[in-house]
Write a protein that binds this ligand. Structure first.
Ligand code: UD1
Ligand code: MG
Length: 456
């Protein structure tokens, strides 16, 4: 089957008014990825060799987005929404290039999985002309019903066109189907619009193919595969299902999630075995975690790379470009951005490390701030191996601290510090014996005099 070529036609011309959004519906994200891009990913995983995106509403925005998530896709504009068959035909030019298989999918049905698509393609490889993906929803209302006879699919009847008897059928059309490329255009061109909605229904090709004596079958997929998103409540529902799948996958691959329902992944999160994730952790886009890390509760990260056996949090924030090498530690209330924390270095408490390198084994004291920005430009701070930065220090970039450099706590460091040097960047302490007591007595008698004057 892998030898067969396949064009995936993804229908995404709908306006999605119920999203109440300035953005086209299918660009709303699940796990940080536009829902239509999830469909593209499933198509790719099912071995598609060509991609056609049928767009309409918000065409410019869609084209721009597609360059990112499907740079190889051809886009076709369906000017008027005259039905799903009409929408597929918008991609006529791509279909006529002659593919073995044509897969039709909906851009707003993001949880479709590659196996369901591959199963439908398999039916074509076995000789079917059309293979429709069916499912059994808790309630079939609103869906097209699959009418079968002797193991073959004879028709799909839209709810509005169903008889009372047909409405009782629980096996429904998920919307997606595989059509043999050699028949696709001929079948689609025969579709008319004589139905309750006056639309050109893709589903009509089932009967048309049957009338030609071609083999038409239905495959069955789980309910999630067919979950169409029309509003933000359904978007959240799809997100929840996606997250549940991903958490399970992570756990089965050797990641401990203590409270899985509180951990959120992005579509591209990579997380290695023996990582322990405590409750309430957010993995934003672009996070890569190697093995054996511990991510403590309430940590938030985006674009971070975490090497073996690191420890992060609780309450840590790793921003894009945070690069933690082996056994590095970034502790509570620390923020790291565009910085490398090298092997075994410790940034444990209440610290901001931005545009910096923290050398291997260095220790950054509580409250250290790299002052990386002057309001116009960003500057780099280089902290050498084994350096020790005392608590509550400000490192005013550009600045460097040499290997083994030692910074006295409370320093404001504006000049670079050589290897093994000690730097103080604060006023020297002065201690005056007895002066504290003297001050206290002076203040007390002044207060008493004021009180007396007020009483007179
Ligand atoms: C469709 C199926 C129905 C199935 C259901 C599953 C048809 C005729 N009916 O119905 O059997 O049970 O999906 O959810 O296919 N679109 C366009 N251009 C158009 C029309 C639609 O791009 O002219 C796109 C929509 O944006 C949407 C998809 O095609 O992503 C499906 O259209 P929709 O109107 O939602 O079809 P349903 O009535 O839900
Ligand atoms: Mg729909």
């Amino acid at each position: 089957m892998n030898q067969r070529t396949c064009l995936s036609v993804i229908l995404a011309a709908g306006e999605g008014t119920r999203m109440k959004s300035a953005m086209p519906k299918v660009l709303h994200a699940i796990a940080g990825l536009p829902m239509v891009a999830h469909v593209v990913k499933a198509a790719e995983a099912a071995g598609t060799t060509g991609l056609a995106l049928v767009i309409g509403h918000g065409a410019d925005e869609m084209r721009k987005a597609a360059q990112k998530f499907a740079p190889k896709a051809e886009t076709f504009v369906q000017e008027k929404r005259l039905g799903t068959a009409h929408a597929v035909l918008a991609a006529r030019e791509a279909i006529s290039k002659g593919y073995d298989d044509i897969l039709v999918m909906f851009g707003d049905t993001p949880l479709i999985d590659a196996q369901a698509l591959a199963a439908a393609r398999q039916k074509l490889a076995e000789g079917a002309a059309v293979a429709v993906i069916g499912f059994r929803p808790p309630s079939p209302t609103g869906y097209g019903r699959l009418i079968e006879k002797d193991g073959h699919l004879v028709a799909i009847r839209e709810e509005k066109d169903c008889s009372e008897e047909e409405k009782k059928i629980g096996f429904c059309n998920a919307g997606m189907m595989a059509v043999a490329g050699k028949h696709a255009l001929r079948l689609l061109d025969k579709v008319g619009n004589d139905n309750a909605k006056g639309e050109f229904y893709l589903t009509d090709i089932v009967e048309i193919a049957g009338a030609e004596g071609l083999d038409v079958v239905a495959t069955e997929a789980s309910f999630e595969n067919a979950l169409g998103i029309n509003n933000r409540a359904e978007l959240a529902e799809a997100e929840a299902i996606w997250q549940a799948r991903r958490r399970r996958e992570a756990m089965l691959s050797g990641v401990t999630l203590i409270a899985p329902e509180t951990v959120y992944f992005s579509h591209d999160t990579e997380i290695g075995a023996d990582t322990i994730v405590e409750p309430n952790v957010w993995f934003g886009l672009g996070v890569k975690i190697s093995t054996g890390a511990t991510i403590h509760a309430f940590s938030h990260m985006t674009g971070a790379t975490i090497a073996e056996n690191c420890e992060v949090g609780p309450f840590a924030r790793l921003r894009p470009g945070a690069d933690l090498r082996k056994k590095a530690k970034v502790g509570n209330f620390c923020e790291v951005k565009q910085s490398t924390v090298e092997e075994g270095a410790k940034v444990n408490h209440l610290t901001y490390i931005g545009d910096a390198r923290v050398g291997a084994g260095a220790n950054i004291g509580a409250g250290t701030i790299t002052c990386n920005y002057d309001g116009y430009s960003k500057f780099f701070t280089d902290i050498g191996e084994g350096a020790f930065v005392g608590s509550n220090s400000s490192l005013v970039a550009p600045v460097s601290i040499g290997k083994g450099g030692y910074i006295a706590s409370g320093s404001v460091i504006t000049e670079s510090v050589p290897d093994d040097a000690l730097a103080f960047g604060r006023a020297r302490q002065k201690t005056i014996p007895g002066k504290g007591k003297e001050l206290r007595e002076r203040f007390a008698s002044a207060a008493a005099a004021r009180k007396k004057a007020a009483a007179e």
